[in-house]
Design a protein around this ligand. Sequence first.
Ligand code: ADP
Ligand code: MG
Length: 720
Amino acid sequence: MATQRQQALAMVQSRQRVAVIPPSIKISDYFGTNVFGNDQMKQSLAPSAYKRVIEAIDKGSKIDAATAEEVASAVKIWAISKGVTHYTHWFQPLTGTTAEKHDSFFDAHAGMEKFRGSSLVQQEPDASSFPHGGIRSTFEARGYTAWDPSSPIFIFEKTLCIPTIFVSYTGEALDYKTPLLKSMEAINEAAVEICQLFDRNVRKVQPSLGVEQEYFVIDKALFSARPDLVMAGRSVFGHNPARGQQLEDHYFGTIPTRVKDFMVEFEIESHKLGIPVMTRHNEVAPGQFEVAPIYEEINKATDHNQLLMDVMEKVAEKHNLKVLLHEKPFAGVNGSGKHNNWSLITDTGVNLFQPSNSARENLQFLTFLIATVKAVYDHADLLRASIASAGNDFRLGANEAPPAIMSVFLGGTLSEVLDELEKNGNLKIEKGDNMYMKLGISKIPEIILDNTDRNRTSPFAFTGNKFEFRAVGSQANVAGPMTTLNVIVADTLKVMAKDIEKEINAGKEKKIAIVNVLRKYIKDSKKVRFEGDGYSEEWANEAAKRGLSNLKSTPEALDVYAKKSTKELFERNNVLNAIEVHARHEIMLEDYIKKVQIESRVMGDLALNHIIPTAILYQNKLIENANGLKGLGLDHSAAVETIKEVSRHIESLKSNVTAMTEARKELNKEEEVVTRAKGYQSKVKAAYFDKIRYAVDKLELLVDDESWPLVKYREMLFIR
Ligand code: ADP
Ligand code: MG
């Protein structure tokens, strides 16, 4: 009987491409047609209602019941005209995916379609199955979802989806969106205060975000034939293909047709949903691709990234493909991340991270730049924790992604400017001096323009007019790291404002007061700046000397959430209270444990039920062969050597899997979640994963190809 692997390979051979016929109209003609956006609202709402909604979005204020009723009615008519029958509150629980519960518009009692304002505004999903880190059991509260009018309602899979927050009845956030929205408020307040020092007209500052999303694509049949991919999202076994990444340039220049079809279709679907994607396909590893939308306001960009992942999965299905969003689906091949391009933009249209031709605006630019560097320095451990996950642990510091050390890259030009400012720390600036000239600030724009240096090995790099946080994992909900970034920068800006005020109160002229504070901050945060190769061992050593943390595993990285200072930081910025921080810590630890546990079980099952039986059959063949040779009086030493080798690996597998299972059992008795998570890291993952994998991967090379049960790397990564 053919193995599942052989059946899957045969299926792949007979695949036909699923052709996509793009709409015959321009993208601009169908962009956002599945979104109840600004245009749709303007068209279908009374002017007064429209005005109230826009106001609520702008100010983050509540929408009154009557207006909600009007919006609900307009949305219903719009949705039904598009063949939609159900609606759902769409939210982002702490599981990392999106959740929804569908309700029908059809009201059997009334015999007609209904959608009340109250159903738009608030719902009570059956929330018991979402992680809550003890919040709900402590408070015996249920959760509810509430409409977020600042992110547009959309139609996905014939369902009207209403973006919502998800909170407990006692008000604690149970999702990613709630703290993100609050962090936007925190940074808005802090940034506006600083902006006012430069421009009185600034009333609002919003973070913007552009997410570059990396992913792998493989054939669906091959995916299904790998229980590890199905269960854990990554392959726990598999020998590297002989043909590795080194051939990338000539070998992977063109996108396979089936993948291209898939890309074209998910682009079309994304555009209908108002997601401004521009596909790209420039990734390093075989089978790996990237998609990046144009940046948007951070809340929308976050929702769009979540939605984009769903769209990709749904469309891939049609093309008999499977999208792998795991950070490290294949060992020995580059993993996937999500580069978070982040900046701050004022309601007067100024990007605060854009150097300008005006020296005065440049001082503002430097103020925000230096505040961000200082924030990363002061809160490096929090930033590290914000990207911690079982999947990302395989990637950070694995010579393909930034290390777990948080550092900032500014580029040669800006580094010089900052060094100069610092060096001139005691330079007296007199009234009437051209301060900008004297401090070397006026020179920035011209040098920046030809500043082409790009450091790809930094976890947090300034890229000309924005920061790029590159250490985020490819599966992550970006709201986690972005909330943290907003909060730490907001907090730093607030302290900065006070420091500047002190200088002013001490009689300093405003811009001199600002410069004095900047000089101090540059000095204080200098250690976090690094321009060299972030992947190198020298950097790890240098960073250790500088006293920077290098927290390699998730459980230890998460320790920072237990600190009083962390709780205080989130609390004083009105983003999360102490209970919510604690709950998140617990949820992330539980998530880590669950993931390692699943991987460990899959490894054990595959080793015992698939690999060892196959190896034994092969061994028997070898024994037969050796006996045959012996009977003929021929040399059978090679066969005997191979038999011994196979035996060794089988023994190693058996004993290690047994010991690993024991270790898991022991740990499951541990009540303290931090200890349990750390145990899973050191006593399960670190202690056994590599050993078990080593034996299996060696057996893959020894056992005859035909009987090997698992689809091989070269088959997953290269066959189309
Ligand atoms: P890369 O060279 O890293 O591929 P790109 O310039 O192509 O960078 O941009 C990558 C992402 O950064 C895109 O999503 C883009 O829209 C986004 N981006 C550009 N400017 C900003 C900004 N001011 N704020 C946030 N994101 C931005
Ligand atoms: Mg990039």
